[in-house]
Design a binder for this molecule. Structure first.
Ligand code: ADP
Length: 512
């Protein structure tokens, strides 16, 4: 390692693609971002053009390097992190996708999941994969693509049936990490964390599951090789004659939430992070034990380093957190997200108001698709400040719901909670969160923990960083928020639970 070498991270997200370059201290040296089109062909369908994503990936890499005057030869490794579960299939010969990628949010295969439930197979799938069967995961998306892609549209000289070609290994399956790695290196590879989100992968045996492949009718010949998230063997290298003009090893990959766990250096059992974006994702490292949840959490692969055992995680997904702040903006109750802090501080309490942002049903640990948004406790004296404060409180209460489930499932007490994501700029929210879960909240300096995590995974694999202790040393606290006692958190949390009860099972067929 010399002073002027770096590690690059490709962060391929739902709305756009980012490339970041980090130095040895974990500082951001270069950064570029591009959005891509969201395609909505039918209600409930969401697609991306995988070619556009790859074109944007090349473009953000070149832009960031040019802007920061960094030569590609100065990159010691590349890491990849990605929107999870989104599924793409492509022609092995031409490298062209057989259709648009089906995005994680896409609901078109909901019926297929209902059939799985009706066939009494839900528990078995859950047992093997750690996932609550849902259209969200890749399995039913891959099945749909194989069943519904028109061979004529593929413009092949041989209009062989798509399924037949897949059986022969002529069509390849991938999540977005795999698509990006394939285009960077020519190799068909995924990492263990992304594999664990396909619902085709047995997380105990750490292998593709034959029975699940049969159930979802996905030929084994389409599947990528599964590798550690930080891989000393590397996934391959970029072509020196390709777009980058340099041979750079691609050596790390993690799904976005697992990358944030790694970037927050949550390397030990009991370490936990919560990312507060549009929704929130809390993950807790449970070490080499795959803890099966009895409280509606997902069991998933946290990360794996070459030659080391797999580290598992419990995951709680909350659908609406930052999005509730966006709703306040839409309702013109606030002018911008930052104003929520000022207004919430201007009153001592919500004056008894509780807000449950179940706009899209409730996720972990309640899992009620029919729950809907609810405000209770309003009086003639309720003002917008109370409502804004109640919205911020709802973010903290929902996190407590998930945190309590995690502690009960794992039997591990939370030491402290590391936070990141757009909403943690809000100091009021961070302090409130500490009080409500009675746990210290710690916010790091580098808030791009997702990109950082994949850079760490890649850099460790090639020896840019020697040990995870170096990464722990890099992790610097921006601010800690100590839990204050005597704030009647338990009593208010009890009232929150009553408010949640009132939001449940509201929508009738048709969603209203
Ligand atoms: P995502 O990655 O899901 O797009 P980000 O991590 O960029 O989300 O965070 C954006 C979210 O954070 C938005 O929903 C926004 O409402 C919320 N947000 C941004 N600033 C604040 C703030 N000061 N207080 C509360 N919420 C905020």
């Amino acid at each position: 390692m010399t002073d002027d070498t770096y590690v690059g991270a490709i962060d391929q997200g739902t709305t756009g693609t980012r490339f970041m370059v980090f130095d040895h201290s974990g500082k951001v040296i270069a950064n570029a971002y591009e959005k891509h089109e969201q395609i909505y062909p039918n209600p409930g369908w969401v697609e991306h053009d995988a070619m556009e994503i790859w074109e944007n990936t090349k473009s953000v890499i070149n832009t960031a390097l040019d802007d920061a005057l960094i030569d590609a030869d100065q990159l010691e490794a590349l890491g990849v992190t990605n929107q999870r579960e989104t599924t793409v299939m492509w022609d092995a010969e031409s490298g062209r996708p057989i259709g648009n990628a089906i995005v994680w949010q896409d609901r078109r295969t909901t019926d297929r999941i209902e059939k799985l439930e009706a066939d009494g197979k839900k528990d078995e799938v859950q047992q093997k994969t750690g996932l609550e069967p849902d259209a969200y995961f890749s399995a039913t998306k891959a099945e749909w693509l194989l069943d519904n892609t028109d061979p004529i549209k593929l413009q092949r000289s041989r209009p062989k049936d798509v399924r037949e070609r897949a059986e022969d290994g002529e069509i390849l399956f991938g999540t977005i990490d795999t698509w990006v790695i394939y285009n960077l290196t020519g190799n068909h590879i995924t990492d263990v964390t992304n594999a664990s989100r396909t619902m085709l992968f047995n997380i105990h045996e750490m292998d593709w599951d034959e029975e699940l492949l049969e159930e979802f009718n996905v030929p084994a010949a389409t599947l990528p090789e599964v590798r550690p998230s930080s891989d000393e063997e590397t996934y391959g290298s970029t072509d020196p004659d390709g777009f980058l003009g340099a041979e750079v090893p691609v050596a790390g990959a993690l799904g976005d939430q697992q990358a944030a766990l790694f970037g927050q250096t949550c390397f030990d059992a009991g370490d936990a992070k919560n990312t507060y974006g549009t929704g929130s994702f809390m993950l807790m490292n449970t070490g080499d034990e795959a803890v099966m949840s009895e409280h509606g959490l997902l069991t998933t692969v946290g990360f794996q380093r070459s030659g080391e055992p797999v580290q598992y995680a419990l995951e709680g997904a909350i659908f609406i957190t930052g999005a509730a702040i966006e709703w306040l903006e839409d309702m013109t109750l606030i002018d911008n997200a930052a104003e929520s802090e000022k207004l919430a501080r201007s009153v001592d309490s919500t004056d008894g108001v509780y807000f449950v942002p179940a706009f899209a049903g409730l996720g972990a640990p309640h899992w009620d698709q029919r729950a809907r948004g609810t405000v209770v406790g309003m009086t003639r004296g309720t003002r917008r400040e109370h409502l804004v404060r109640a919205v911020l409180e709802s973010i903290a209460f929902q996190t407590r719901d998930v945190a309590e489930a995690m502690v009960e499932d794992s039997g591990i007490e939370l030491g402290s909670l590391r936070v990141d994501g757009g909403a943690v700029k809000n100091n009021f929210l961070c302090q409130l969160q500490a009080n409500i879960i009675d746990t210290d909240i710690v916010r790091p300096v580098v808030d791009e923990t997702t990109a950082l995590g994949s850079a760490y995974a890649a850099g460790l694999a090639v020896g840019y960083w020697d040990t995870i202790d170096e990464l722990r040393d890099n992790w610097q606290i921006d601010r800690s928020f100590e839990a204050k006692s005597g704030v009647d958190a338990d009593e208010r949390y009890g009232r929150w639970n009553e408010a949640v009860e009132r939001s449940l099972d509201w929508a009738r067929d048709g969603g209203e």
